[in-house]
Design a protein around this ligand. Structure first.
Ligand code: COA
Length: 395
């Protein structure tokens, strides 16, 4: 264990909350539409349903809904930085975090910035936040990660869409998870998934992305080990980025093989089993996905007091990071399990035709005054687009 890992003023995740969309499309509806055997979705890729945003929802409304309970519980004292990680950005210049800052009524003495590197961005945001807190332990940083995963209709990627936002309060003496040094990092220039500025739906080479992900697992673990990280056997569980939940299984088997452990399926299930419960009904939430895995683990595990959890954050293109967290004794008193289940259960199932209309819906780009259909029952909505400006309202 390196010296930093024994740091006696720990920093990490003090609170964690997520929000998702108004609607949900079960994979049974998609399979009825396209004739795919439902077992391919349920077993082959490990997905049961996907969150679908209403016409008046986007990354800002979800992120504000995720962060509002955090601010309600802890207030805004000491929050001098808001970092918004997303790859489904709504503006090329202005940070989506400024809308969230405004909707939550945060103080003007705040810096707000947006970060992008595909699904990895939230981990960069977390690391930046930890650095700021190390510099001044009185400060806290609000990290939000929100995405709408959108692929072409009738493409292989369609079954792996989804949407959600996670909010994390990062600070000293955290109540949930202490984030440790070192990190193992990895970058490779690869075209497995990208979205040129002129496109609303991402382009993906699915098989390439699985291979690139596995290489990144290897590369980031290798660096983690070389930096003096924990041994594989010390971890109670592993939270992987989950573009579809079966990817976590592929990645973990690959890691076990790479470490010369052989693949024991009971061990794989034990290491990952609890981390997929939210992602397999929400779908891919890009930047939020690895932290939804953490939420699912903390919400369901019997007792992780003092146990180590491994995180593998992957963002196509590609950047990956492996790091460890240690779960803070007493964490269970600070969880939001009921609210998380409610966020999933409140979604209204829609049929394929309605999902398709929502998928095809896009704002006119003429700079006119366009009201958005009133659909969401969530706390925040995108009310209109006027003079090319997004107008949000609190319900
Ligand atoms: N019953 C059970 N399993 C079945 C099945 C059936 N009837 N039919 C297929 N499967 C399995 C396949 O064997 C395969 O599993 P394996 O990879 O373990 O062998 C899995 O289902 C998927 O089948 P595949 O033929 O590869 O599906 P696909 O061509 O539709 O692609 C993805 C699947 C996930 C690659 C595609 O949805 C995709 O590209 N998604 C986007 C991924 C992404 O976002 N990447 C970027 C971020 S990491």
């Amino acid at each position: 264990m390196s010296e930093e890992m024994a740091n006696d003023s720990p920093t990490g995740i003090h609170d964690l909350s997520f929000a998702t969309t108004e609607f949900v499309l079960p994979h049974t509806a998609l399979s009825r539409h396209n004739g795919t055997d439902i077992a391919k979705y349920h077993k082959g890729i490990g997905q049961r349903s996907m969150s679908v945003p209403a016409a008046d929802e986007d990354i800002v409304t979800m992120a504000a809904a995720a962060a509002a309970p955090v601010i309600e519980r802890h207030g805004s004292d000491g929050i001098r930085t808001v970092v918004f990680a997303t790859e489904s950005s709504i503006d090329q210049a202005k940070s989506a975090g400024i809308y969230v800052h405004s909707l939550l009524g945060l103080p003007s003495a705040t810096r707000v910035v947006e970060l992008k590197q595909a699904c990895y961005g939230a981990t960069a945001a977390l690391q930046f936040a930890l650095g700021l807190v190390h510099r001044d332990p009185a400060q806290r940083v609000l990290v939000v990660a929100g995405d709408v995963s959108k692929y072409e209709l009738d493409s292989p990627g369609e079954a792996t869409q989804g949407a959600a936002a996670v909010a994390m309060l990062v600070g000293a003496d955290p109540a949930l998870v202490r984030i440790e040094e070192p990190s193992g990092v990895f970058t490779a220039d690869v075209m497995d998934f990208w979205r040129p500025n002129y496109r609303e739906a991402a382009l993906v080479d699915g098989q390439e992305s699985i291979g690139a992900y596995l290489l990144a697992v290897e590369g980031s673990w290798k660096d983690y080990a070389e930096q003096g990280g924990r041994a594989l056997d010390e971890f109670a569980a592993f939270c992987y980025h989950q573009p579809f939940t079966k990817m976590a299984y592929k990645a973990h088997r690959h890691l076990l093989n790479y470490c010369g452990h052989g693949v024991d399926e009971e061990r794989v299930a034990r290491d990952l089993g609890l981390t997929t419960a939210y992602n397999n009904v929400i779908g891919n939430s890009y930047t939020a996905s690895v932290y939804l895995a953490l939420a699912a683990l903390l919400d369901q595990a019997d007792d992780l007091d003092g146990r180590a959890v491994g995180f593998l954050s992957y963002g196509s293109g590609s950047v990956a990071e492996f790091f460890a967290g240690s779960v803070v004794p007493g964490y269970r008193e600070h969880l939001r399990t009921e609210a998380h289940r409610a966020a999933i259960d409140r979604r209204v199932p829609i049929d394929y035709a309605r999902y398709r209309r929502l998928h095809e819906y896009s704002f006119p780009a003429d700079g006119g005054d366009h009201r958005t259909p009133s659909e969401t029952t969530g706390p925040f909505r995108l009310a209109a687009l006027r003079d090319h400006k997004r107008i949000y309202e609190t319900r």
